[in-house]
Design a protein around this ligand. Structure first.
Ligand SMILES: [Zn+2]
Ligand SMILES: [Zn+2]
Ligand SMILES: [Zn+2]
Length: 224
């Protein structure tokens, strides 16, 4: 008998630190915002879910002021998930690129574009960080809600996935290191090791990156 494995992707709200799952997170976030903050008059903010493209276990929900810029979202994505060496990035929305480098020859519109007229509930788009060793994200605007991000910020992270369990391929303890030589040169499917097993491991010990809670894990010089 075939059992359809329904995967849940556990996480927590940042407000109230409530355990939830990717599917339930939106309602839990709204519940927490209503309880802790209360709806504010004349206020509208987007709830936007980002996830790793092809890596649905990495997800975040952002509360974003209705008419702030794409740039404000870009900086929080870099902060929480992506930034290693100041690479270029871009959103793709309705087939148009909104880039962090609009004057370059690659062109595209600017991330200074405001969300107010561009976004609507249900809108889906993509995002790329780094045109060399690229990390791709997808996003969806999941709601428009009567709350402000905390402390007059433009963007607030309101929920995030818990670190996925990644185990050492030798001993089964939680992994801390990714061997890049195994990953990129030897094409090993499970290049993950705990500290002790990585010390015994034969590859070049310089060629490693830490296991981190991000879809950019193991790419470029990303340390978390
Ligand atoms: Zn880099
Ligand atoms: Zn181990
Ligand atoms: Zn190795």
């Amino acid at each position: 008998m075939l059992i359809m494995a329904q995967r849940t992707y556990p996480g927590h709200t940042h407000i109230g630190n409530i355990a939830t799952t990717k599917r339930k997170a939106k309602n839990e976030v709204i519940r927490q915002l209503t309880q802790e903050r209360g709806p504010a008059p004349d206020t509208e903010s987007w709830l936007i879910m980002f996830q790793g493209k092809g890596m649905p276990q990495y997800w975040i929900i952002l509360l974003v002021k209705k008419n702030t810029t794409l740039e404000a979202i870009d900086s929080i994505l870099r902060y929480i998930w992506l930034e290693c060496c100041g690479h270029l990035s871009a959103f793709t929305i309705y087939g148009e690129d909104y880039t962090s480098f609009p004057d370059d020859e690659l062109g595209g519109k600017s991330m200074k574009t405001r969300l107010g007229k561009l976004f609507s509930v249900g809108l889906e788009g993509e995002y790329i960080y780094d045109y060399g060793d690229s990390t791709y994200l997808t996003f969806k605007v999941i709601d428009l809600v009567p709350f402000n991000p905390k402390g007059d910020k433009n963007v607030e992270i309101v929920a995030q996935n818990d670190p996925p369990e990644i185990l050492c391929s030798v001993c089964g303890e939680p992994a801390t290191q990714i061997c890049l030589e195994c990953l990129y040169e030897n094409d090993v499917e499970e290049p993950f090791f705990c500290d002790a097993c990585f010390e015994e491991h034969e590859c070049d010990e310089e060629m490693s990156l830490p296991v981190v809670n991000s879809p950019r894990m193991g790419q470029c010089a990303y340390m978390g």
